[in-house]
Design a protein. Structure first.
Length: 327
């Protein structure tokens, strides 16, 4: 059988997979879905990161040729990390399997049902709403940003700007409080000076030093004992200056550098309106299984996932180049 025939069989098997079918890479146990099949490539999407990666036909052929040229099967340890998805997808072919015990990818004489599919029950459960204010405020802010274009502030009505400012203030406050709670827990898990990395970024435990003077008399006594005249350390105190202004004709500007700036601040929040709008958003998501509702759920999940730019995946160019050199 020619490779072309095997490739089209692989495409057919991939096309018949359910859209929710999960494949697992053989070494790193990375989970992914097949999102599209094309004449010369198969598109996959990694579950954890949401990143897409095209798997090229010629690289499948390279892996298959190596499989044929290796007695007993192709050693999986020889796979570069970027090439792992190729091995998992290749097992969708009825005559190719992964022997986990032997750690090899091999071709079989008869059809096999051993594929790189994840047969374990899905651990994903219904999305649960966290019982914290910042979650609800963030949903409301997303809704407001969709209705009011933040890139054209000057064109927005005043009430739209007020709504944005109020929600941004609420989200900022809630995020700061939650960030501090998270930081308190992380403090016990991160060593000083050692960066710790995760999907969206990294953190590092550090410290800063601050100081405040002890009681005045205690400080003066210590300095006098060290031979420092107390008159040398006595300075102008703001409280005493203010008292002097009250009994003189001096202006505040005569003794202070005054920098006056105008600003706005949130003075009131209509919690009832917020709750009504939030409930409406929840009902939009939960009440209908229509295509529009599904799209709205996907959009909100995507917005949550795009808080930070995710790290991209490099293609398996190194694997392909190496294979070309072996030919």
């Amino acid at each position: 059988m020619t490779y072309s025939a095997r490739w089209h069989t692989l495409l057919e098997e991939a096309e018949e997979l359910a859209s929710t079918a999960t494949l697992v890479t053989p070494l790193s146990d990375t989970r992914f879905h097949i999102t599209d099949t094309q004449e010369h490539r198969i598109i996959i999407e990694f579950l954890e990161s949401g990143d897409s990666q095209p798997l090229q036909r010629e690289q499948f052929e390279t892996l298959y040729r190596r499989l044929q040229d290796t007695a007993g099967g192709f050693d999986l340890d020889r796979l570069p990390p970027d090439a792992e998805p190729y091995a998992a997808v290749l097992t969708l072919h009825p005559r190719i399997e992964i022997d986990v015990d032997a750690g090899v990818l091999r071709e079989t004489d008869a059809p096999t049902t051993t594929h790189g599919l994840n047969d374990e029950p899905s651990e994903q459960t219904d999305r649960a709403e966290p019982d914290i204010d910042v979650y609800a405020d963030a949903l409301l802010l997303i809704d407001a940003l969709e209705r009011h274009d933040p890139t054209a502030m000057a064109d927005l009505e005043t009430d739209g700007l007020i709504d944005l400012y109020t929600l941004l203030s609420d989200v900022q406050r809630g995020a700061d409080d939650l960030r501090q709670d998270v930081a308190d827990v992380l403090l016990d898990r991160v060593q000083h000076g050692q960066p710790v990395h995760a999907q969206y970024g990294s953190i590092q435990r550090t410290s800063r030093r601050s100081k405040s003077l002890k009681d005045d008399e205690e400080v003066l006594a210590v300095l006098e004992d060290a031979g420092i005249d107390r008159e040398r350390v006595l300075g102008i105190e703001p409280d005493k200056v203010n008292d002097a202004l009250d009994v003189t004709n001096l202006r505040e500007e005569d003794v202070y550098d005054v920098d006056e700036r105008a600003y706005v601040r949130k003075s009131e929040v209509d919690e009832d309106v917020k709750e009504t709008r939030l409930q409406g958003l929840k009902e939009q998501l939960a009440a209908s299984e229509s295509e529009e509702a599904a799209e709205l759920r996907d959009e909100i999940e995507a917005l949550e996932a795009r808080i930070e730019d995710l790290t991209g995946f490099d293609s398996a160019k190194e694997f392909y180049a190496d294979s070309q050199a072996d030919r």
